[in-house]
Design a protein around this ligand. Structure first.
Ligand code: ADP
Ligand code: TYD
Length: 203
């Protein structure tokens, strides 16, 4: 089973993905917890190229190609081998993040996101947990982390609002695999809602 977490920056994806991985391991499952961009050594190198340093050194199209290259490497080296071994893969962001972060801005890039996905990725998660929440709260959380990877968080609240709506639209377009989780609760309550989705599926 391939599970992805999606949502705006600071919505709690990494926190919840980690807690879910622990929960499933305790229940006796073999779990691979991974993330994008990254999740394999080559893809982690590409992560540094897109998230650190001078933000203007890539065009929007080049950046999309880098995210897609990272995803392809991640799929080849980490995700597919783990799924073939019968493990549960939990991924902090996947292709839906490209549909939002690269695809929302310009219509022509949105088409390219879909074309590239069909050409070189061609895989969707079995389940996508969308952690939905108020962007102002998400941004406060994300900025309070104070790391070096601030590129997308720098967009501000207006952009995050657009992205939140974009994710909700994707949840409608791919309703068979999306579940919307209310992220505006304490960490334990969010995790309980996630387990309420997963536990019956795995039983
Ligand atoms: P994301 O991976 O979606 O960017 P994180 O899981 O890294 O989000 O969380 C961002 C910050 O918010 C972290 O400092 C985390 O500890 C905190 N956080 C996560 N979930 C909650 C929550 N439900 N309530 C309050 N703070 C949270
Ligand atoms: P991530 O580490 O998940 O950031 P956060 O924890 O703040 O949510 O992802 C880093 C950034 O990369 C995030 O701002 C979204 C962006 N991103 C894309 O633009 N396209 C993609 O395809 C992916 C996977 C991520």
């Amino acid at each position: 089973m391939f599970i992805s977490f999606e949502g705006i920056d600071g919505s709690g994806k990494s926190t919840q993905a980690r807690l879910l991985a622990d929960h499933l391991k305790n229940a006796g499952q073999e779990v691979v917890l991974t993330r994008e961009p990254g999740g394999s050594s080559g893809a982690e190198e590409i992560r540094k190229l897109v998230l650190e340093g001078d933000t203007d050194r890539w065009s929007a199209t080049t950046e999309l190609l880098l995210f897609t290259a990272a995803r392809r490497d991640h799929l080849e080296r980490t995700i597919r081998p783990a799924l073939a071994d019968g493990k549960i893969v939990i991924c902090d962001r996947f292709a839906d993040s490209s549909r939002i972060y690269q695809g929302l801005g310009r219509a022509e890039l949105g088409d390219l996101v879909d074309q590239l996905h069909a050409l070189v990725i061609g895989q969707e998660p079995d389940l996508t947990l969308l952690i939905d929440m108020d962007p102002e709260k998400g941004l406060d959380r994300a900025l309070s982390r104070n790391g070096t990877e601030e590129r997308f968080e720098d967009f501000g609240v207006g952009m995050q609002l657009k992205m939140r709506q974009g994710f909700l639209d994707l949840a409608k377009r791919y309703s068979e695999r999306f579940r919307i989780i209310n992220g505006d609760q304490d960490i334990e309550a969010v995790q309980n809602d996630i387990r309420a989705v997963l536990d019956p599926m795995l039983a």
